[in-house]
Design a protein around this ligand. Structure first.
Ligand code: ATP
Ligand code: MG
Length: 333
């Protein structure tokens, strides 16, 4: 592996299998960029304190996520699949970096605010600190680029601030200043019309859903609430069914024709949805095929995680040596 390849770090929380939002927001870029960059794909199991009472789900989700990564075409030989808590250097760097983040900086973070909801007082301290841990994740392999969905951009902005601050404080370029990169669809809506498809909101179409499940979910999708009959003129903009057509149906002529007839009140939701689940199932079929292979060969999934984690741990050890040198944490010589 050539040392001068620029690096990517990005990741997923092990809270469940991956969905269409992950694909267009992030995974699609990851698959493409692994040609050009040395990639660290992290399973962020330190960052699921909001799922502490269902740790069995987390344990299983570590493998769900890895199977999905393999199914979409991430290559565990070229890239590093790594598990955060098996590289405890991430916790160590988080501790140091937390020194330089004022509480008010976290309280201003809009993504964190939204995720905490009304009841932030009862959230674990660890949840509050997860953006700092994410900064540690990104800085650990000295990543240059962080391809993510739009909801993660505030965390990357904070990471840039921390990196600059650390470099300035210790007067050396320990960390590159990383750039965020948002996917083709920055934030895919949920099947319920919610602004974000999310594992935690129960509004997702999963990459592993079978054809019948996808068909049912599409049939139940939220569309244009102002339209009562198929002969009423409908709204295409802001309509989740058309957003999914734009994102996943490669037949642009078909999509344009549906949009035109929808606006004119000349097509019903049934036909628009039937064409959508056909397109989605076609898109998902090869992913399902590859996933079935890894389900039948769990050893391959385990090896991908074990080998990637071992490689990433060596990189982390080197970075932490530099961090301790810079900070002069060398009391005993
Ligand atoms: P959770 O609800 O448990 O936080 P999640 O669905 O938000 O799950 P994450 O593991 O937090 O998934 O996110 C992994 C990556 O996928 C991040 O880069 C995130 O921005 C991106 N992502 C997640 N959901 C979407 C979405 N609906 N549209 C675009 N990108 C998304
Ligand atoms: Mg999330």
């Amino acid at each position: 592996m050539s040392p001068e390849r620029r690096r990517i770090l990005t990741g997923v929380r092990p809270t469940g299998a991956l969905h269409l939002g992950h694909y267009v927001g992030a995974l699609e870029n990851w698959v493409r960029l692994q040609e050009e960059y040395e990639c660290f794909f992290l399973i962020a199991d330190y960052q699921v304190s909001d799922h502490a009472d269902e740790f069995d789900l987390v344990r299983e989700a570590v493998f769900e996520v890895a199977r999905d990564w393999l199914a979409v075409g991430l290559d565990p030989e070229r890239s590093h699949f790594c598990i955060e808590s098996l590289i405890p250097e991430h916790a160590e760097l988080t501790t140091w970096l937390s020194w330089w983040i004022p509480l008010a900086r976290l309280q201003r973070n809009p993504t964190l605010k939204a995720e905490m909801g009304e009841d932030s007082a009862s959230m674990p301290v660890a949840f509050f600190n997860y953006p700092v841990m994410q900064a540690a994740n990104i800085l650990m392999p000295k990543a240059h680029l962080v391809p993510v969905g739009e909801d993660q951009l505030p965390h990357i902005e904070m990471t840039r601030e921390i990196a600059r601050r650390f470099n300035r404080l210790f007067d050396r370029e320990v960390f590159p200043i990383p750039e965020g990169m948002v996917g083709r669809v920055p934030r895919l809506v949920g099947v319920d019309g919610n602004a974000k498809m999310s594992k935690s909101l129960g509004n997702a179409i999963y990459l592993k859903d079978d054809a019948e499940t996808v068909t049912q979910k599409v049939r139940g999708m939220f569309t244009d609430p102002t339209r009562l009959r198929a002969t009423d003129p409908g709204h295409v903009e802001g309509n989740p069914v058309f957003m999914y057509h734009d994102a996943f149906n490669p037949n642009v002529d078909e999509v344009n024709d549906l949009k035109e007839r929808y606006r004119a009140g000349k097509v019903g939701d049934v036909e628009v949805k039937a064409k959508l689940h056909a397109a989605l199932n076609q898109f998902l079929d090869p992913i399902r095929g590859r996933r079935a292979h890894y389900e039948a060969h769990p050893k391959l999934v385990r090896e991908a995680l074990a080998e990637g984690t071992a490689r990433a741990k060596r990189v982390a050890e080197r970075t932490m040596t530099e961090v301790r040198d810079a900070m002069r944490v060398d009391y005993l010589g």
